[in-house]
Design a protein around this ligand. Structure first.
Ligand SMILES: NC(=O)c1ccc[n+]([C@@H]2O[C@H](COP(=O)([O-])OP(=O)(O)OC[C@H]3O[C@@H](n4cnc5c(N)ncnc54)[C@H](OP(=O)(O)O)[C@@H]3O)[C@@H](O)[C@H]2O)c1
Length: 286
C-alpha cells in the first residue's frame, strides 16, 4: 500500500487544465483527497472545474515544469499546505507529428524540456519527501508510443521512450524505500491532445513526406472519435494507486495493448535472430 488509509492522501499532478489531468483532478477531489495541481494557466483550470467538484482541498499552482526552482517551490508549497505528499503524477505532455528531419532544434528542445527535463524536475523535488517518509507512489504518463515507434511520431517517442527508461530505473531504485512507480501507457484518448492548439507540427514541412501530411490530416480528423475514455483512464489510474502493487506498466486501451503486443513479438523475433551474432562478439570464457 503506497498511500495512507487513515487520512486523506495528498496528490501532486502536472498538466491539469484539460484532458486526462483535469479528469484526475476531479476524481481525486471527489475522493476527498488533497491535491496540488500544476498548470500553465490556473485560470483555465479554475474555469474548467467551476461547479464540477468541491475545490476546498485544491492547491492550484502556476508552474513552468521546465524550471527546476519553480517545481521545487511547488512541491515545498504542497508539503507546507497539506503536511506531506503521497502521490506524484507526471501527466503533462503534448504530441508532435512530423518527420525526423523536419523537427527543428527548438522543436526537439521544447519536447524534451517538457517531457523529460520537466519530469526529472518533479522527481528531483518530490523523491526526497517520499523516500524520507518511506512511502509514496510515482505515476508517469507515457504512451504506447513509449514502447513502440511509428512514422511521424519520432520526437514524441523520444520523450516517451525516455520517461519509460527513467521510470524503470527509478522503480528499482526506490523499491527499498517502499515507494512504488507506475508507468501509464494509453492508446488514443479522447482528450484535447489532437486539437490544433495542442498538437505541435513542424514549421517547415518537407514535400518529401506526403504520407506524414496525410497522417496529420487523419489525426486532426480523429479528434473527438478516439477510442479511449479519459474518465475511465483516470479511474483505472486512481484504482491502481489506491490498491498498490501490480505490474509496473498500466496499459490503457485495447489499441495500446495490440500495438504493445506487436512490439514485443517483433522484439522477440529480433532477439531470436540475433542470438548467434550477439554471442559472436564475446571474449572466450576463461
Ligand atoms: N490523448 C492521447 O491520445 C494520449 C495517448 C497517450 C498518451 N497521452 C499522454 O497523456 C498525457 C495527458 O495528455 P491529454 O491526452 O490529456 O492531452 P491534453 O488534453 O492536450 O492535455 C495535456 C496537458 O498537458 C499539459 N501540457 C501540454 N503541453 C504542455 C507544455 N508545452 N508544457 C507544459 N505542459 C503542457 C497541459 O497542461 P496545462 O495547459 O494545464 O499547463 C494539458 O493540460 C500526456 O502526457 C500525453 O502525452 C495522451
Amino acid at each position: 500500500m503506497s498511500i495512507p488509509t487513515d487520512r486523506p492522501a495528498t496528490w501532486f499532478v502536472t498538466g491539469t487544465s484539460r484532458g486526462l489531468g483535469l479528469e484526475l483532478v476531479v476524481q481525486v477531489l471527489q475522493r476527498g483527497d488533497n491535491l496540488a495541481a500544476t498548470t500553465r494557466t490556473v485560470e483555465r483550470l479554475t474555469t474548467a472545474l467551476d461547479g464540477r467538484v468541491d475545490t476546498s482541498k485544491l492547491l492550484a499552482l502556476n508552474v513552468d515544469l521546465r524550471d527546476s526552482d519553480a517545481v521545487g517551490r511547488a512541491v515545498e508549497e504542497t508539503v507546507s499546505r497539506f503536511g506531506g505528499l503521497d502521490v506524484v503524477v507526471n501527466n503533462a505532455g503534448y504530441g508532435y507529428l512530423g518527420a525526423v528531419e523536419e523537427a527543428s532544434p527548438d522543436d526537439v528542445r521544447d519536447m524534451l524540456d517538457v517531457q523529460v527535463v520537466g519530469v526529472w524536475n518533479v522527481l528531483r523535488a518530490a523523491l526526497p519527501v517520499l523516500r524520507g517518509q518511506r512511502s509514496g507512489h510515482v505515476v508517469t504518463v507515457s504512451s504506447v508510443l513509449g514502447l513502440t515507434a511509428v512514422p511521424g511520431w519520432a520526437l514524441y517517442c523520444a520523450g516517451k521512450f525516455a520517461v519509460e527508461g527513467i521510470s524503470e530505473a527509478l522503480a528499482a531504485e526506490v523499491a527499498d524505500f517502499n515507494v512504488e512507480v507506475t508507468i501509464v501507457e494509453p492508446g488514443y484518448l479522447r482528450t484535447d491532445f489532437l486539437t490544433t492548439d495542442a498538437l505541435a507540427l513542424p514549421a517547415a514541412p518537407s514535400d518529401a513526406y506526403p504520407a506524414i501530411r496525410e497522417m496529420v490530416h487523419s489525426h486532426l480528423e480523429l479528434q473527438g472519435n478516439q477510442l479511449g475514455d479519459p474518465v475511465k483512464a483516470a479511474e483505472r489510474m486512481i484504482e491502481k494507486v489506491v490498491a498498490g502493487g501490480g505490474p509496473l506498466r498500466l496499459v490503457l486501451g485495447s489499441d495500446s495493448h495490440a500495438y504493445a503486443t506487436a512490439k514485443v513479438e517483433a522484439l522477440r523475433a529480433n532477439l531470436d535472430a540475433a542470438r548467434d551474432t550477439a554471442a559472436a562478439t564475446d571474449h572466450p570464457r576463461a
